[in-house]
Ligand binder design. Structure first.
Ligand SMILES: [Zn+2]
Length: 279
């Protein structure tokens, strides 16, 4: 995925679902990504609510359980997802962040031998429930149930997050429970916030990440298949490269050593054909 005119588009340039929410505020220069659960029972219901004049709430993106993404507010405008919130010296995080809502029922209670949403009264099977304490709970608080996120949602969050971090140079990835800890518990213990944060921000390490090609691979003049292949490519399988930058699934690489008679080849390739070396 990539971003054009503050809207998310697919790598092939086609548009994702976009429904304009009336709840969009001032211009912003986002610095953070804030993750939420909807505590609702369908992505369609959440999108409809965010577009309803009565709701007074919105988010930039809603990610359904099948991983499909709907955008409601351009990334350079405030969406109304954070409410009263604080991070470091900043307050009112709507003005500093991009908000992603994941369709998830949130905290579930035990009722009649089932896990039930206290809001919708809908029940969820054991296979979709994680029993855990929240990290903000005081010691001794009993665990409760949390509706599990789907792998498709986590993957979509990573894909959108990569495009957003690259486009806006975001400084951190936060939960609503980080910026409004007394008031909010989302995205909650089932969301792998630490690993998502590491995946999205980890590339800023001082040591370049080294990868090995898994197939014959063209290195191109820019991040996309329409860009010209560079002389000396395709690289043979098992060529070692260092990753300089990432733009969605297209990564800028520095080829280590001489390949096909060309030294220090630098260009862009599709990350699908790269595997990490070592840990
Ligand atoms: Zn929230």
């Amino acid at each position: 995925m990539k971003i054009r005119n503050h809207r998310l588009i697919r790598d092939d340039g086609s548009a994702l679902a976009y429904l304009a929410s009336p709840h969009a505020g001032r211009s912003i220069s986002p610095r953070f990504l804030v993750l939420h659960y909807t505590a609702g029972s369908s992505a369609g219901g959440t999108v409809a609510w965010f577009c309803s004049p009565a709701s007074r709430v919105s988010a930039h993106l809603v990610i359904a359980r099948d991983g499909s993404v709907t955008q409601l507010v351009p990334f350079n405008r405030e969406a109304w997802h954070a409410g009263q919130s604080r991070w470091g010296s900043l307050s009112g995080l709507n003005h500093h962040s991009i908000g992603i809502e994941l369709d998830n029922a949130g905290c579930l209670i035990r009722s009649g031998g089932k896990w039930v949403s206290p809001l919708s009264r809908r029940s969820y099977p054991e296979s979709e429930v994680t029993v855990a304490c929240h990290r903000n709970d005081p010691p001794g608080t009993p665990p409760c149930g949390w509706h599990a996120y789907t792998p498709e949602q986590i993957e979509a969050t990573l894909e959108c997050g990569m495009a957003l971090v690259d486009q806006y140079g975001l400084a951190d990835v936060l939960g609503h429970d980080d910026i409004a800890p007394g008031r909010k518990r989302d995205p909650g213990p089932d969301f792998p916030l630490e690993s998502v944060r590491a995946r999205l921000l980890g590339r800023r390490d001082d040591h370049p990440e080294r990868y090995r090609t898994t197939a014959r691979l063209y290195v191109r003049s820019g991040p996309g298949p329409e860009c010209a292949a560079l002389p000396g490519t395709p690289l043979p399988p098992a060529t070692v490269v260092e990753v300089l930058a990432k733009r969605g699934l297209w990564w800028e690489v520095d080829v280590v050593g001489e390949v096909n008679g060309v030294m220090d080849l630098v260009g862009w390739c599709h990350s699908k054909y790269l595997e990490a070396i070592g840990g």
